[in-house]
Design a protein around this ligand. Structure first.
Ligand SMILES: Cc1ncc(COP(=O)(O)O)c(C=O)c1O
Length: 503
């Protein structure tokens, strides 16, 4: 293979530190700043102890059909839990880390986008036909890597040829699982421009996950700028066909070459990209869910509200069992009252007829057991803006009288609503499918379960099915509206500040 071409100097010498430009990302919450180190917190006389930004007005994000007054919630106060620990040796002010003995600059406290090196691949791959794409199996020519070390801080970012990582077998990630990731998408609009959807929300969540793992934080805008450089370099990989996109996977892993549980002294942040086709290749197919309280995805004080790799491995066996019983997804229950929480790896929405023409759109509240999905947040913002009598923003396909709630819902409530004809629809929401309609909820029939855990199978709804209405196209009315509204903003068809142009 020919030697890769080094394109470093042009970028290495040019400083283009990203700023919070209001025309790009107008929400104040998008500036996912690094959490302050302990020394910074001590020196701060005013402001919130978690360094969170205040709530932000999302009105301009919803696009051309009027204004909204929805507020974005402040960053979780747990954000700073570990970052101070990880960066406690950071000097104040300059953002540079000095060698305490020599005074030499040895690294940065924050990612330094101006130090980016691009080493362009000399062996670009052939583009596969878009129709052949299988989710997560094809990767672009380049990747972004940014190592971090507890002494020297962030190393200069490098975009280089996509390829294997070389890690010591003792690396922490292989033993104790310190790994977090994000999932976001880039779309080609009708003018051929590439757009990313609400990357600020992914950066905010990534920093929260990082704090939960005692990983360092970083400025969200800086990583967004670097991701834009990566996507721009690989722009030929962004499929233009309807429903296609480039899936972007920012990841952080603990790479310290030493056994022992503790905060990792070495971390690798990397970003890879994968062209993907539509989630539903041949129209929407509503799914059936296996409601389970035999396994628990997340619990109070746990990590279900963070996007950690360790949350997902344990879902494979339940998912396989659901598939063996003829269900497409797990409906994760929690607690003695069987609260519904999430569906597979998606957030959950339900719609109930409340009488007098009022429809309630409900999703479980954000707490430790619910992942704060970007799609969930977008659906809530759109629905709330529509429901707010003080705004002119209206989505014509949504019910006039819409109530939007974040509250607990139990299986008993769903069951009784279904029996009274008041269950209108259920759908999952997530970056992959945007919406995933549900047509049936079933549960374990103990005698059918042949897994090793058969003896411990317990379910209060043994074998009973709850049927959920869906339209002729496989979608419920609210899911269909939200699909149109969210996809419209992702692809730039509906003007919105949620959509960030890459180039
Ligand atoms: C557990 C879980 N819940 C919900 C979601 C949906 O989140 P988003 O809308 O940000 O894709 C995901 C996907 O990332 C997930 O893994």
């Amino acid at each position: 293979m020919p030697a890769p071409r080094l394109l470093a100097p042009r970028l290495a010498t040019r400083r283009w530190a990203p700023t919070c430009r209001s025309n790009v990302l107008p929400l104040s919450s998008h500036c996912a700043r690094p959490a302050p180190s302990r020394s910074q917190q001590r020196n701060k006389s005013t402001g919130s102890p978690d360094g969170s930004t205040s709530s932000a007005d999302t009105s301009s994000s919803l696009g051309g059909r009027g204004s909204a007054k929805t507020k974005t919630p402040p960053v979780d106060s747990k954000q700073v839990f570990a970052a101070g620990q990880a960066q406690s040796s950071a000097p104040m002010g300059s953002g540079q880390r000095m060698d305490p003995m020599t005074g030499e600059v040895i690294g940065m406290d924050d990612i330094d986008a101006s130090a980016l090196q691009i080493i362009e691949s000399d062996s670009p791959k052939d583009l596969p036909p878009s129709s052949s794409l299988v989710f997560g199996h094809t990767f672009t020519d380049h990747m972004l890597v940014i190592p971090w070390n507890s002494e020297s801080g962030w190393s200069p970012p490098v975009i280089k040829q996509y390829g294997n990582l070389s890690l010591d077998p003792s690396s922490t990630v292989f033993h104790y699982g310190p790994c977090l990731f994000e999932g976001m998408k880039a779309y080609k609009d009708s003018q051929g421009r590439v757009r990313i959807f609400r990357p600020d929300k992914n950066m905010e969540r990534m920093n929260r996950s990082a704090s939960r793992l005692a990983f360092p934080n970083f400025t969200g805008d800086t990583l967004i700028e670097l991701i834009k450089r990566l996507v721009s370099l690989d722009r030929r990989w962004v499929p233009a066909e309807k429903g296609h996109s480039l899936y972007i996977r920012p990841t952080m892993i603990g790479t310290q070459a030493a056994l022992g549980v503790g905060a990792c002294a070495d971390i690798l942040l990397f970003v890879i990209c994968s062209p993907v086709g539509p989630y539903y290749k041949t129209g929407f197919k509503p799914v059936s869910l296996l409601a389970t309280n035999n396994y628990v995805r997340a619990w109070p004080g746990g990590t279900g509200g963070y996007k950690l790799g360790s949350n997902y491995a344990s879902g494979v066996v339940p998912q396989a069992q659901a598939a063996a019983l003829g269900y497409q997804q797990i409906l994760w229950l929690f607690g003695d009252d069987d609260q519904v929480t999430e569906v597979g790896t998606m957030n959950l929405f339900m719609a109930f007829d409340k009488g007098n023409g009022v429809t309630e759109l409900v999703t479980p509240p954000l707490d430790d057991i619910i992942l704060p999905g970007v799609t969930r947040d977008s659906i809530l913002a759109l629905a709330r803006a529509h429901a707010d009598p003080e705004t002119s923003f209206k989505i014509s396909s949504l019910p006039d009288k819409l109530e939007v709630s974040e509250r607990k819902v139990t299986m008993a409530e769903i069951k009784s609503a279904a029996s009274e004809g008041k269950l209108l629809e259920i759908f999952g929401s997530g970056t992959a499918a945007i919406v995933s309609p549900v047509e049936r909820i079933g549960s374990f029939v103990p005698s059918l379960v042949t897994c090793t855990l058969a003896d411990s199978v317990r379910c209060r709804y043994n074998g009973q099915s709850i049927n959920v209405p869906v339209g002729a196209d496989g979608l419920g009315d609210i899911a269909r509206s939200m699909l149109t509204e969210v996809v419209g903003r992702q692809t730039g068809e509906i003007p919105s500040d949620w959509s960030v142009v890459v180039d």
